[in-house]
Design a binder for this molecule. Sequence first.
Ligand code: ADP
Length: 507
Amino acid sequence: MQNKQLRSSQVELEESKLKYFSLYEFAPVGYFSLNKQEIIKDVNVAGTVLLGIEKSKLINTAFIQYMNSESRRTFYKHLEKVKTTDTRQTCELELIKKDGTKIYAHLETITIKDDEEDFNEFRITATDITELNFAEEALKGSEEKYRSLYETMTQGVIHQDANGYIISANPAALRIMELNHNMMNSETYFNHHPDSIHEDGTDFPLETHPSMVALKTGKGIRNVIMGIKTPEKSYIWININATPLFKPGEKKPYQVYITFEDITETIKAKKLLNETLAELKRSNTELEQFAYVASHDLQEPLRMVASFTQLLEKQYKDKLDENAREYINYAVDGAKRMQGLINDLLAYSRVTTKADKFEDIYLEKVLDEVLFNMEIVIGENEAVITRESLPNICADYRQMVQVFQNIIGNALKYRGPKTPQIHISAQKENEHWLFSLEDNGIGIEPKYFEQIFEIFKRLHAEDEYEGTGIGLAITKRIVERHGGRIWVESEPDKGSAFYFTIPDKLL
Ligand code: ADP
């Protein structure tokens, strides 16, 4: 019975030895046993793989043989510490494999004592941490990269805790906000800039600040413009973003960081531009009003001058000599011309002061009406007018009639010796319609391409071609009122093409 028991204990012992042996042999870390002289006395499979040398060649070699001089120094210091402290110690050093490749290893060493409690051998576990080391190096590299970016970027970055206290701020943030390092962790920058405002000048309460909203809602806030009063300067303007930070698994942010840029100059420029625009609009309206009132009010006295001079001529014809009659004729003529000019001015100012609202109109109908109005003059000139289909646009109907009538009228007036041919077409281009009206008339020299659209600008004497030079100025003003552009392309004696654009949008 006893024998049986003994045998089974022996079997158990064998089994357990085997178990630990295989654990030792095939563990993923290298085990090395070194004697007092640091000679390898035993090594497991992982240890041989680590150095790339088979066990028989490793046994009885010095462990330091697989190190460079720097690692040896580290290793000796490490062993010294193990011996003197008599506790488990760790170190990291470079090992050289058989093929010359270097690996980075993490060593853990203990001492083993003999029965007399005397130090007998070193037991070392060695783990290959080359990859880990690479990753750490890479991380350090990228951290350095981001740090230098953080230090040198022109955007301000402020890191705040859940109560809005500043944890850190980059140099740009300190500069823009006029903060200093002493304020870290003890201040919110609001303590230093209590007065924040919106672009329209209204108050910007603390609880609506992007970092506060991001902390409260857990959502990122983008592109908020705010004015803050710094201790040194007056208001500075910033465009600010806030990003909440979460601990893993938590829904409530525990920190927030804000990034912002100083846009004071842009805001100042924008304000100046808006003020100038408003001023321009005001003076333009005043001028329009003036032109309208002046031309309107001048009509009446001028009518009086004209009609009384005519009356003078009629009733005192017999009593006046030839010279006096001639002078009166000049006066009547002058008064009539002035009436014409004033009417033109009035028509010009009416483009904006007495305009109709924009509505969706069918340009085919506009052109039909224009050709109908001009039937007689077209017939007299035996003009040939060809047209392509015209679109629907959003415009002032009466003014569109005026535009087509002015340009077609000119094409007939400034015709050459040939039968007038006028071609009207429209084509869609991006956001607008491009209209073209081509004629085969006398043409225009390039140096006048701009001038002909100016008020009262004419290229011919009154007796050559009738007119006052207002037609194209009005046409241009109408086109511009509609958000379009007008220009001419032409060659003397070959003909002209007038182009204008109107935005392609309907109500
Ligand atoms: P007006 O016809 O009363 O002179 P406009 O403003 O309509 O005034 O035209 C300005 C000038 O542009 C004209 O005097 C003329 O010299 C020139 N012009 C306009 N249309 C044409 C055209 N189709 N062909 C040649 N010249 C033109």
